[in-house]
Design a protein around this ligand. Structure first.
Ligand code: IPM
Ligand code: MG
Length: 400
């Protein structure tokens, strides 16, 4: 028999979780609106090198972004900042996932472009710090994880809006073992949290001329929380009469993504955190692997853009850092440009990355001295961007 006390202790714990989440809902209600970058000057862009190969690919990315924003930097509309100290060495020395002074500098920027940061794991010699990315999502409430996957020659152009703060992640380490045999975790979905991500997805579709939003849940089984997510989707969709939306279940969605007959029909997809975590890895693999994708982590008044691969400490140990591939970080850079209002420059960078990395490949990165360096690749990109035939070259390659 389970004692009354055991059950009371579990209820008490559950009560604490509820109190914390209800407080969170109040904070969400008080949230500001999106920044209007056309009214901001200078837009402060923080460059965070990270560790391992991070500083190398960050330097190349910054060179290309500054090239694209030459005029804006000269006129003072955009200012680049370098944020040091988000390295595993400094984080370990300070025993903080994000040292306070680094966090303050990050908060002082409007957007950041971040290199990879090492996440300690048991036995690697580093203290067991929380992943810097996960800490940043929490500290900065980066609720929208935007992950595009593009294969132009196959007509694939997907943008995933993964909710980044709720679902199984919200209180993922506050589950309880009620008894030795009964473990319970808590899944959190709020109206406010759902609305802001779903609205971001519809707004993106609206802005980029897409006509469909796909909402992915398992609402037939997880009726309360996924049911709420769907209800909110229905409500938000009323604001966007020109966009049709459809609900899909996550299981059949994983099948549809690899079905060539279906792939072209998806455009913008929005989904709760854990489904989004899983589905975006699958999607990235279709494009060539998680190392090929850039991503954005947004809140309304702040944005962090990053590659989603790791910091490759082995490349550094073997003295190959200069051969590291900066493409994913530059993809994230292209997203950053679009986000802060420089859509032309963002599109040019995307197209140059398609040409140089996927189609023409005049020189190629192999990660070692059998290929070109990140710097040579950066030069190749800039030449391609400057070419007056960029658009027609891109059409030619993509259409085969
Ligand atoms: C991701 C990763 C993270 C997540 C890990 C590293 C905690 O898989 O960004 O998708 O689960 O969100
Ligand atoms: Mg993941």
């Amino acid at each position: 028999m389970v004692s009354r006390q055991t059950i009371e202790a579990a209820k008490e714990h559950f009560g604490t979780v509820l109190e914390q989440q209800l407080e969170r809902v109040e904070r969400l209600k008080a949230e500001d609106d999106w920044l209007n970058y056309s009214e901001i000057s200078p837009i402060k862009v923080g460059m965070i090198g990270g560790d391992g190969i991070g500083p190398y690919i960050a330097a190349e990315s910054q060179r290309v972004l500054e090239f694209l924003l030459k005029d804006q930097v000269a006129s003072g509309k955009v200012a680049f900042r370098t944020i040091e100290g988000l390295t595993i060495e400094n984080r370990a020395e300070r025993m903080k996932s994000i040292p306070d002074d680094v966090l303050a500098e990050i908060r002082d920027c409007h957007v950041t472009l971040k290199g990879p940061t090492h996440t300690p794991e048991r036995g690697d010699g580093w203290p067991n710090l929380e992943s810097a990315n996960v800490s940043m999502r929490k500290e900065l409430d980066l609720f929208a994880n935007v992950r595009p996957v593009r294969i132009p020659s196959q007509g694939i152009d997907w943008t995933f809006f993964r909710e980044n703060t709720e679902d199984m992640y919200a209180v993922g380490s506050q589950g309880i073992n009620v008894t030795e045999d009964l473990g319970i975790d808590f899944r959190v979905i709020t109206s406010q949290g759902s609305e802001r991500i779903i609205d971001a997805a519809f707004a993106h579709a609206h802005r980029t001329g897409k006509d469909t939003v796909t909402v992915v849940t398992k609402a037939n089984i997880v009726k309360t929380t996924d049911g709420k997510f769907l209800d909110i989707a229905r409500k938000v969709s009323e604001k966007y009469p020109n966009i049709t939306w459809e609900g899909w279940y996550i299981d059949i969605m994983t099948a549809a993504l690899i079905n060539p007959a279906r792939q072209k029909q998806f455009q913008v997809l929005v989904l709760p955190n854990l489904y989004g975590d899983i589905l975006t890895d699958e999607a990235a693999q279709i494009q060539g692997g998680v190392g090929t994708a850039g991503s954005a982590n947004l809140r309304k008044r702040y944005g962090k853009f990053e590659a989603i691969h790791g910091s490759a400490p082995r490349m550094v140990r073997e003295g190959r850092s200069q051969y590291a591939d900066p493409s994913s970080m530059m993809r994230a850079g292209a997203m950053l440009l679009t986000h802060i209002g420089f859509e032309d420059q963002g599109n040019k960078l995307h197209k140059a990355l398609d040409i140089c990395g996927q189609y023409e490949r005049k020189i190629a990165i192999t990660g070692r001295d059998t290929g070109c360096t990140g710097k040579e690749f950066g030069d190749y990109l800039m030449e391609t961007i400057e070419d007056s035939k960029l658009e027609s070259r891109w059409d030619e390659y993509v259409q085969g």
